[in-house]
Design a protein around this ligand. Sequence first.
Ligand code: NAD
Length: 358
Amino acid sequence: MSHKIAVLPGDGIGPEIIEQALRVLGALGMDLDLRSAPVGGAAFDAHEHPLPPATLELARNSAAILFGAVGDWKYDALPREFRPEQAILGLRKALGLFANLRPAILYPQLANASSLKPEVVSGLNILIVRELTGDIYFGQPRGVRDIEDGPFKGERQGFDTMHYAESEVRRIAHVGFQAARKRGKKLCSVDKANVLETSQFWRDIMITVAREYPDVELSHMYVDNAAMQLVRAPKAFDVIVTGNLFGDILSDEAAMLTGSIGMLPSASLNASNQGLYEPSHGSAPDIAGQNIANPLATILSAAMLLRYSLNEAGQADRIETAVQAVLEQGLRTADIHEDGTTRVSTSEMGDAVLKALK
Ligand code: NAD
């Protein structure tokens, strides 16, 4: 059976990096039905909307979406609903993509790219599972109100609401445990249960769900400590599961441990493992069209797509091994280039991955 995949290149370097990922997917010898559609600023230019109905329809009817990047300064003056970034929010909402998976991997060959000592980060391989559709980012009520009593009476006050429903915590817990089961079997749930009711509730549910995964070791950590441990001894983590707010911050911190944003893939999944796969970086308009962007984050996103949405772990392994091999050969795009390595273009990096696959 052919797997239907929506390909949404987007803006900036999006089309260049997606092109390389498509070459890699094409070389696997699989029966893939790949269909492209415009998204982001490119879609606004063509159809006056960042997520046109035909693009959304294609995404809905696909097993997975391979996404480049969206955004460019030239769209900054548009009303919010027409900005390129709205396409990602629209896809998340329409497809119910509640689980964000971001691996932070530091290949030993790139250990010097990190701002931390090589011995602390070399060989790092952690996965952050972030809840994506709940928490204080979406909680109601929110807004600005007049304070009617207490020490700040008469002033205005900004406020938001943090909450998590039991089913929201359960489903992200399952994603975390299942991911840990496929890796090192260690899951660390990050919260702020010493201060927040929402976090204590989160922790209680995690403990309940853990009974279904006796083979996975569950631990808990307060978010302030997790932020410290990520720079002190990041290799002690295997999988981290956390809420939307804490995950937003910790996943960026973990990404920076690797020092190379051009290397990091990500996935956003729903309950039926339909997913959106994209590099963790943006559309890099400053280098677009120059054939110098690093395509590896996008190529590795395609590998995640095979692993998580198509259940093709063997094919995913093939791509990841090929990426390791080109790094081993000393090939580097400009963003990760250092003395003693060979600088290659976007398309040459694609060529090298293809060659390593064979
Ligand atoms: P960015 O990630 O696009 O770029 C940050 C820096 O990293 C730039 O110097 C860029 O050249 C470099 N960079 C990024 N990816 C690279 C790659 N693959 N190879 C080599 N260098 C790379 O972030 P930004 O500059 O803050 O944002 C640019 C645009 O991207 C904005 O419009 C923003 O809204 C958008 N954006 C989109 C997404 C997304 O599509 N998911 C995510 C973040 C930012």
